[in-house]
Ligand binder design. Structure first.
Ligand code: ADP
Ligand code: MG
Length: 477
């Protein structure tokens, strides 16, 4: 029923990619499997140890801010957020409260509230067998970026698109790998349903470990809240989780007012006057920004690429770079054909060879030059579209690097576009199908298509279809 509208606001944490942790020199290694090796007195919270701000982490967040078109803080500080939890032996988390590094900005049209920097906690590892919980401090003190959106997303698909776009941006910036399955990016979705234009009671969904789960959980939650409201009940403000077995969200805890974290500025850390610190100056950081995903995508769309292809080449850097190299060798009108062959035919070869459906490596088994050459051959009529696809597949799979015309000829992939080369095939098709020829003569137009089809078959797809049609038509008219 359309009288209700769903509203979603996201809170997204991402572990930043830095050599060392946020406030100490312990290694920041998300792939470390052995527990409690990247630790020191600071990230173990020993009394008397002193934190030092990691510049790289600050730069990452400021760059994210620039990329989002947000305002970079002039003044900023780190605050203690006080709470008790076994994975936080200090009793407080260093975070930012009143003065986030970044305010405002937007991504995919969704306004951003703020982006700030904090430290991750240690991880608790629960063992069901032994009934114990152990703590791994490798993650304790890892720089964590938190981004909060305004409540201005209105569907599960848009929420998921936003999170994917942020992941892509973080990867472009080198700020984070932002892999959700590894917990490098963690999304909390706040969902409410209300009368159009009004905000309803928000429910927070946590522990969403993949884009797919996130989208399913938000969609489920929207429906659940609509049904609740339609039955005359009220939605309870609470935190919910996702039950993958039951494919539904479930209540975890009810929020009773907001916790009082007693934020106050950390007395062991200096406040920062961002614009006065050389490394943090906006102009210096802007010069270090790469071409952003939105800009790259727009460039492809301007070239006339299909939205799906533009997205593929933006999200899959290796394919995008390959397409760019091919496009440089081709006139404008042939680039779209090249995009098509890469997005379909080359990708299907890569899927087979690299054994995955995304994250293709830069190890592309055909040179940009060869692919451009094949597109040119097809453009000049030397190859049919089928022939071009077969040739791309053969060259890529077999690693052929040589005279492509010779290869095409060897494998009978060249298109027959002179009438001499087609005469024999046309003759045999007409002789083998006298009744179809008669049908055509008595006015059945469809008979011509059948004969052309037979002709393509007789030449194993090598005939130039337009020429074949002309020859058959003239022979039977
Ligand atoms: P809290 O004070 O509970 O932390 P905030 O106002 O700071 O709430 O918002 C936290 C997140 O919840 C933000 O991402 C915001 O966009 C989102 N949010 C706030 N109100 C709603 C609502 N009514 N429906 C959906 N999301 C909301
Ligand atoms: Mg809040």
């Amino acid at each position: 029923m359309s009288e209700y509208e769903a509203t979603i606001g996201l809170e997204i944490h991402a572990e930043l990619r830095t050599a060392t942790k946020m406030f100490c020199t312990s290694k920041n290694d998300p792939d470390e499997k052995k527990p409690n090796v990247n630790i020191c007195p600071v990230c173990l919270a020993h009394p008397g140890s002193l934190p030092v701000i990691n510049r790289e982490a600050v730069k990452h967040v400021l760059k994210v801010g620039l990329a989002l078109g947000g305002r970079l803080a002039d003044y900023t500080e780190f605050d203690r957020k006080n709470y008790f939890y076994p994975d936080l032996p200090k009793g407080y988390q260093l975070s930012q409260y009143e003065y986030p590094l970044v305010s405002g900005g937007a991504l995919l049209g969704v306004p951003i509230t703020r982006v700030h920097l904090e430290e991750d906690t240690a991880s608790s590892i629960h063992s069901d067998d032994e009934g114990t919980t152990t703590i791994d401090f490798n993650r304790s003190g890892v720089p964590l970026m938190e981004l909060v959106t305004e409540p201005e997303i209105h569907s599960a698909e848009d929420a998921s698109a936003f999170a994917k776009e942020l992941q892509l941006l973080l990867r472009y910036l080198g700020a984070s790998e932002a892999n959700m399955e590894k917990g490098e990016m963690r999304v909390e979705a706040n969902v409410s349903v209300g009368k159009k234009g009004e905000l309803g009671t928000k429910v927070e969904i946590k522990n969403l470990n993949s884009f797919k789960i996130m989208e399913k959980a938000v969609a489920y939650e929207i429906e659940r809240q609509k049904k609740t409201l339609q039955s005359g009940e009220q939605v309870r403000q609470e935190t919910r989780g996702w039950d993958e077995g039951k494919q539904q969200t479930f209540a975890q805890r009810t929020k009773e007012g907001s916790a009082d974290y007693r934020y106050f500025p950390d007395p062991d850390l200096p406040s920062l006057q961002i614009s006065e610190i050389g490394d943090f100056r906006a102009d210096a950081l802007a010069a270090e920004l790469p071409v952003l995903p939105s800009v790259r995508r727009e460039g492809y769309l301007q070239m006339g690429l299909k939205p799906d292809d533009a997205q593929l080449f933006t999200a899959e850097g290796a394919l995008g770079d390959f397409f760019d190299a091919v496009a440089r060798e081709l006139p404008k009108d042939r680039r779209l054909t090249a995009a098509n062959y890469i997005a379909n035919d080359l990708v299907s070869v890569l899927r087979d060879i690299q054994k995955r459906d995304s994250d293709y490596s830069a190890d592309i088994p055909i040179s940009a030059h060869s692919l451009a050459k094949i597109v040119d051959m097809a453009g000049q009529g030397a190859l049919s579209s089928r022939g071009a696809k077969d040739l791309i597949s053969a060259v890529a799979r077999e690693g052929i690097d040589g005279d492509l015309e010779a290869v095409a000829k060897d494998r009978s992939l060249l298109q027959i576009s002179d009438s001499k080369g087609l005469e024999a095939s046309v003759k045999s098709v007409l002789e083998a199908n006298p009744s179809v020829v008669a049908d055509f003569k008595s006015g059945k137009q469809a008979a011509l298509q059948f004969l052309i089809g037979q002709g393509m078959r007789a030449t194993k797809g090598a005939a130039d279809p337009a020429l074949l049609k002309k020859m058959i038509f003239e022979a039977i008219s």
